[in-house]
Design a protein around this ligand. Structure first.
Ligand SMILES: *Cc1c(COP(=O)(O)O)cnc(C)c1O
Length: 406
């Protein structure tokens, strides 16, 4: 008889978004007084940039001609030089020297964040921020690193609270030393972005203890403030303790196109092994690369023309963020984020539980948000509002929320 991976049975049944869906459906069947506006899920809504579409059309046509047809990609790390070099140059423009064979192109930062666990032993101690992007927690639970779930927390994970008191950036753990540390900046869900000084504390800690920082910078393109690092490799010492995940999903609207990359410096070694070599071995065995057409699309997103165009979509979302931040703040709410990230982290009025405020906004304003408690215990008392919606709908949503609060 085949035995299953028992760790899967310990996973809570995908609670957050299914529960939101259930409540929204239940409400929708009672003929809501106004059309629903969805500011809950973190997906982009603006179309691809024209330069990206042109590159996809051109590459598709090449695939239909014998002389320019491509099969499996045989270049370094399953990615074409044209894309790896464009990514390398993007880092160089920010003063970060990454070699092209330290860049692994993939179909998503979500898959890479999960798959990276393959190269680490099952007995590593894992630290996550609280609130957290659930992928880090669930993938470690599947691998047997999380222990048991008690309805709120996993027994073997170290939870690092990110609260208004610490500026939504984790303090160093007090007792147990983690081997693997997930940091997401700019952050989903809180919208906070770490400074170089804040990251330096963790880089020094990781180097001192031999820990590895798994740094998710999927939202780096949304940073608007000067001096906020776009990459952990802007911090001295990160080359010997960090792996960075990035994606075209949010920066260039590729959530349906699928293209991302992971950077593993060759200087990163543990127990005498190069993590770059281990990941190369892992990807070479379990992955055959991103479609040629999509790699051309990603290259176009990094071209001068593509950058101007993708920036327009980012500006559009960040203008929504400003509308939400200013509108809700004027109505008396305490609002965080929305400056260097497309997420607003909103304190519930009178310390109402997240799900209660979620229900109030759903039923009285017909606006769908995400309850902060769904991202971890420290998310209780907050809701997440995304700036990825339509601009007019976002303005209308803010007007409705403000009138509910009056
Ligand atoms: C959206 C998102 C990603 C991107 O995932 P893809 O698989 O590349 O689409 C990564 N990390 C976080 C925290 C995200 O919110």
């Amino acid at each position: 008889m085949a035995h299953i991976n028992q760790n899967f049975l310990k996973l809570p049944g995908g609670y957050l978004f299914p529960e939101i869906g259930r409540r929204v459906r239940a409400f929708s069947t009672q003929t809501p007084p106004m059309p629903l506006i969805r500011l809950g899920i973190g997906d982009v809504t603006q179309p691809l940039a024209p330069a990206v579409v042109d590159a996809m059309v051109k590459a598709s046509k090449e695939m239909g001609v014998k002389e320019t047809f491509r099969g499996y990609c045989e270049e370094t790390c399953c990615a074409y030089d044209f894309l790896r070099f464009a990514i390398r140059d993007d880092y160089r423009a920010r003063g970060v020297d990454i070699a092209d064979d330290e860049i692994f192109v993939s179909d998503g930062a979500k898959s890479d964040c999960g798959n990276i666990g393959d190269i680490f032993s099952a007995d590593n101690v894992v630290a996550v921020c609280d609130p957290v992007y659930p992928v880090y927690v669930d993938t470690n639970a599947m691998a047997g690193r999380a222990g048991d779930y008690d309805g709120e927390k996993w027994s073997n994970l170290i939870y690092l609270p990110c609260t208004a008191e610490n500026g939504f950036f984790p303090d160093l753990p007090a007792d147990r030393v983690p081997d693997l540390i997930y940091i997401c900046s700019p952050n989903n869900p809180t919208g906070a972005a770490a400074t170089k000084e804040q990251l330096k504390v963790w880089v020094d800690y990781a180097n001192a203890h031999g820990s590895i920082i798994l740094f998710d910078s999927a939202y780096e393109a949304f940073i608007s403030e000067e001096g906020v690092p776009h990459s952990i490799f802007e911090v001295e010492g990160a080359q010997t303790c960090a792996i960075e995940f990035r994606s075209f999903s949010k920066s260039a609207g590729f959530t349906g196109n699928r293209c991302a990359y992971t950077v593993i410096p060759k200087a990163l070694e543990r127990e005498g092994a190069s993590l770059n070599a281990l990941w190369n071995r892992r990807q070479g065995t379990k992955f055959n690369g991103v479609p040629y057409v999509i790699q051309r699309a990603a290259q176009a997103a990094l071209s001068p023309e593509g950058r101007v165009q993708t920036q327009l979509a980012i500006d559009y979302y960040m203008n929504n963020a400003k509308v939400i931040r200013e509108g809700l703040t004027a109505a008396g709410l305490t609002v965080y984020g929305g400056v260097n990230a497309p997420y607003l982290w909103v304190k519930t009025p009178n310390d109402a539980p997240s799900w209660d405020f979620f229900d109030t906004l759903l039923k009285k304003a017909c606006v769908v948000t995400t309850p902060g408690a769904g991202f971890g215990p420290s998310g209780e008392g907050y809701i997440r509002v995304t700036a990825f919606g339509d601009a007019d709908a976002t303005k209308e949503a803010v007007r409705r929320i403000v009138s509910v609060l009056e």
